[in-house]
Design a protein. Structure first.
Length: 148
C-alpha cells in the first residue's frame, strides 16, 4: 500500500516514476523508504539506496501543506541514524540547479555541494526545461554529508 502511495507522490511531485541521480536510474517506489504519517495518512517519504560506504537519498517528498514543519528534517535525521548504525560514512543527495529551496534545506542540515554535473538533467529530458523562478533546469548538483 505505501509503495503505491509513494509511486503516486513521485508522479505528482516530479511527473515521472523514475529518478536519475548519481548516474543511476531508480524506480522510487521499489526502494527502501522511511515514511511520515499524520492522522493515519502518509504525508511524506524519503526513498534511499545504499552504496559500499554511503547512502543516497534518491527522493524526498513531503506534501506541500506539511513542508517547513520539520517532517523532511526528521526523515533525513532518521536516515542518518540508520546509516550510522550500518557503518556508512556519508549521506549523498542531488538536486537540480533551479531548486534553491532544496539546496537551502540540505545545506541547513550540514550537506555541502561537492560536484556539479553539467547538462545531465537537460540531457535526460532531451531539452532544457523551465524550473523554479523561471530558471533553466540543466545541471545536477551533488551534495554530501559526512557522518563521522
Amino acid at each position: 500500500m505505501e509503495r503505491e502511495r509513494i509511486g503516486e507522490f513521485v508522479k505528482s511531485f516530479w511527473g515521472e516514476k523514475e529518478q536519475l541521480t548519481f548516474d543511476r536510474r531508480f524506480k522510487v517506489k521499489n526502494l527502501p523508504a522511511l515514511v511520515a504519517h499524520a492522522d493515519g495518512d502518509m504525508i511524506g517519504f524519503l526513498a534511499f539506496s545504499q552504496l559500499a560506504d554511503a547512502v543516497i537519498i534518491v527522493a524526498l517528498g513531503i506534501l506541500p501543506e506539511f513542508q517547513g514543519s520539520g517532517v523532511g528534517k526528521g526523515l533525513v535525521e532518521r536516515l542518518e541514524d540508520e546509516a550510522r548504525s550500518i557503518h556508512k560514512r556519508r549521506l549523498l543527495v542531488s538536486t537540480s540547479n533551479d531548486d534553491l529551496p532544496a539546496l537551502g534545506f540540505y545545506q541547513s542540515l550540514g550537506f555541502q555541494i561537492y560536484e556539479v554535473k553539467p547538462n545531465v538533467i537537460a540531457e535526460k529530458h532531451g531539452e532544457v526545461l523551465t524550473g523554479i523562478g523561471g530558471l533553466p533546469i540543466r545541471d545536477e548538483l551533488r551534495l554530501r554529508k559526512n557522518l563521522t
